[in-house]
Design a protein around this ligand. Sequence first.
Ligand SMILES: Cc1cc2nc3c(=O)[nH]c(=O)nc-3n(C[C@H](O)[C@H](O)[C@H](O)COP(=O)(O)O)c2cc1C
Length: 191
Amino acid sequence: MIQSIILAVMTIAPMGMSAQTEHGFEAIAVERDFAENGFNWFRHALLLAAGNEQQSNAMTIGWGGIGTLWGKTAVTVYVAEKRYTKQFMDNSRYFTIMAFDDRKDEILEYMGTKSGRDGDKAKALDLHTAYTENGTPYYIEAKFVLECRTMYAAPFNPQCFKDDVPQKMYSNFPAGVHTMYIGEVVNAWKK
Ligand SMILES: Cc1cc2nc3c(=O)[nH]c(=O)nc-3n(C[C@H](O)[C@H](O)[C@H](O)COP(=O)(O)O)c2cc1C
């Protein structure tokens, strides 16, 4: 009986087939379907969001990395001490990273120059927040969403800087040292 149910499910949805989700997103497997150049992907700027259905916030990020850690497919992002988003990153198990096509420049500029402390940035941009099954916020206007579960978070330790690149960076950086968040990729959706 169980075998025939498994067989029926496999016939309808073969292993690895992308599932269609709400808002026009299709679930993908990043290890197979992600085609961006990891060296440039963050450089082009993305949105980082965290929080829950009661309260959430997002900001533009230009630093980050994709790869593998502890046997997991992983993403690393860096959030400076004074970002309003930081408290949401610290208080949430999950975060999302989003890429946009439509209104990309407007969204990334606004999210990267205004603070959620001063008002609801998503509302100001007329972005609509939805939530994953884990309750992680994302915007339905995104073209690509990665959901990550935080495995590790720690601020940079200035005593560990090995050359003058980070030293120079933080010698005149009022937003404070960045905290590194390493998350396991648990879901990815694209339109
Ligand atoms: C292109 C771009 C990239 C940015 N990348 C980062 C980043 O990687 N880490 C960071 O802490 N801040 C970054 N910022 C700055 C934050 O997005 C900005 O300070 C934002 O207003 C913080 O919003 P919040 O206070 O609502 O968290 C970036 C800004 C821009 C415009």
